[in-house]
Design a protein around this ligand. Structure first.
Ligand code: FAD
Ligand code: UDP
Length: 370
């Protein structure tokens, strides 16, 4: 008898499996329909021996000491600060937009202070910041919005920024200094031996059994379990009874090139002309030395694996119905990016899983008091 059946071996499922076994001494079965652990953060060596991220580039960053220290139990780290350039008007310019972006794009020589007034003269006044368009035009004005954000967002989401929640483009700040790091979080690092090794360490416990290449539906009525933690898409769990939740997908085109390097930084974004949104070169992220280099192009797609919940009002209204149903479950908990339909980064999912573990402890304590 398993105390928990955990569906999904990504961050949500693996953190909970680790906590439930190591701290509570219970027995867990983790099942994933893919043939590997790690969920979308899975990494692997390709046929040339280069460490790649098959499901797109994953860069770890967090402001939470608790989350960083928790993961540090399972991996050593390689310090890494991600830098991104955007291909705009024939130049590669820093994104997030900063002082150098504007000076290079317009051949100016502004200081940080001057740039503040420059932005203020172009920014559109908004009573309320509701959409992803509002976020950007209210800071830098329409021209930069159109060069850096509008095309990229339409490609990525197949929606205009005016149809998307403010939270989407708010992920990318605007700066008046020369800081060209993509993230400014306190902790920025890559797992020294890769994400998959970190997940192996999390799941390495005599009370954790991992079953791969198996949809949970194949075994849910065969294997005895007391409670379930579900980290897959919530609409699939309920057989789409309130309709299909839209997820944005990507097609990844991986290439290995017989040259040392392809581009100057980890990622180059292509907001406008190209059909792909960005190209990432893995060796920048991993620090690996190799005579060849591996890159990945991301082509946004409507169909395919569900990668991104869509932060907009209609999908949220559908999700609310599933959420209400989920709240009434007594034996199943929903955790993770797909099960809670949240556009969350890795660290936020770790945080969500750790918070769920606290609730589980309370629930079990209440139960044993009865
Ligand atoms: P997942 O990793 O999706 O795991 C869910 C698992 O459940 C999957 O392995 C799936 O196979 C399994 N599953 C689903 N249904 C079933 C079923 N019926 N039966 C059995 N198994 C099932 N975050 C960052 O912090 N930094 C980044 O740089 C970053 N880059 C990203 C780039 C891309 C292209 C994408 C898509 C995401 C990125 N993220 C990044 C977000 C990160 O991937 C997620 O926050 C995190 O992986 C979510 O973990 P999870 O456990 O919720 O879900
Ligand atoms: N974005 C953009 N131009 C860019 C980078 C980002 O318009 O050069 C917008 C786009 O809508 C994107 C969102 O900001 O989906 C969030 O970007 P982020 O890099 O965080 O996306 P993720 O890594 O999650 O795919």
């Amino acid at each position: 008898m398993f105390d928990y059946l955990i569906v999904g071996a990504g961050y949500a499922g693996s953190v909970l499996a680790e906590r439930i076994t190591n701290e509570l001494g219970l027995k867990v079965l983790v099942v994933d329909k893919r043939h590997h652990i790690g969920g979308n953060a899975y990494d692997t060596y390709n046929e040339h021996g280069i460490l790649i991220h098959p499901y797109g580039p994953h860069i770890f960053h967090t402001n939470s000491r608790e989350i960083f220290e928790y993961l540090s139990r399972f991996t050593l780290w390689r310090p890494y600060e991600h830098r991104v350039l955007a291909s705009v008007d024939g130049q590669l310019l820093p994104i997030p937009i900063n002082l150098d972006t504007v000076n290079k794009l317009y051949n100016l020589n502004l200081t940080s202070e001057e740039l503040e007034s420059w932005f203020a003269a172009r920014a559109e006044k908004k009573e309320r910041i509701l959409t992803s368009e509002d976020v950007v035009v209210s800071k830098v004005g329409r021209e930069l919005y159109e060069k850096f954000f509008r095309g990229y967002t339409r490609k990525q989401w197949d929606l205009d920024p005016s149809q998307l929640d403010a939270t989407v483009t708010a992920r990318v700040p605007v700066r008046t200094n020369r800081d060209d790091r993509y993230f400014t979080d306190k902790y920025q690092a890559m797992p020294l031996y890769g994400y998959t090794r970190m997940f192996e360490n999390m799941l390495h416990h005599p009370n954790i059994k991992v079953m791969l290449g198996t949809d949970y539906r194949e075994i849910v009525n065969l294997v005895p379990w007391r409670r379930m933690i579900y980290t897959g898409p919530i609409d699939a769990f309920y057989n789409f009874k309130y309709g299909k939740l839209p997820y944005r997908s990507l097609e990844f085109a991986h290439e290995t090139l017989p040259q040392g390097w392809f581009q100057p930084v980890g990622t180059v974004n292509y907001p406008n002309e190209q059909p792909y949104t960005r190209i990432t070169e893995f060796k920048h992220l991993t620090g690996q030395r190799h005579e060849f280099t591996s890159i990945v192009y991301e082509y946004p797609r409507a169909e395919g694996d569900p990668y991104y919940p869509i932060p907009a009002s209609e999908p949220k209204a559908i999700y609310k119905k599933y959420e209400e149903e989920a709240k009434r479950e007594t034996k199943v908990r929903f955790v993770g990016r797909l099960a809670t339909y949240q556009y969350y980064n890795m660290d936020q999912i770790v945080g969500q899983a750790l918070a769920t573990f606290e609730k589980i402890k309370l629930e079990l304590a209440d139960e044993s008091a009865d």
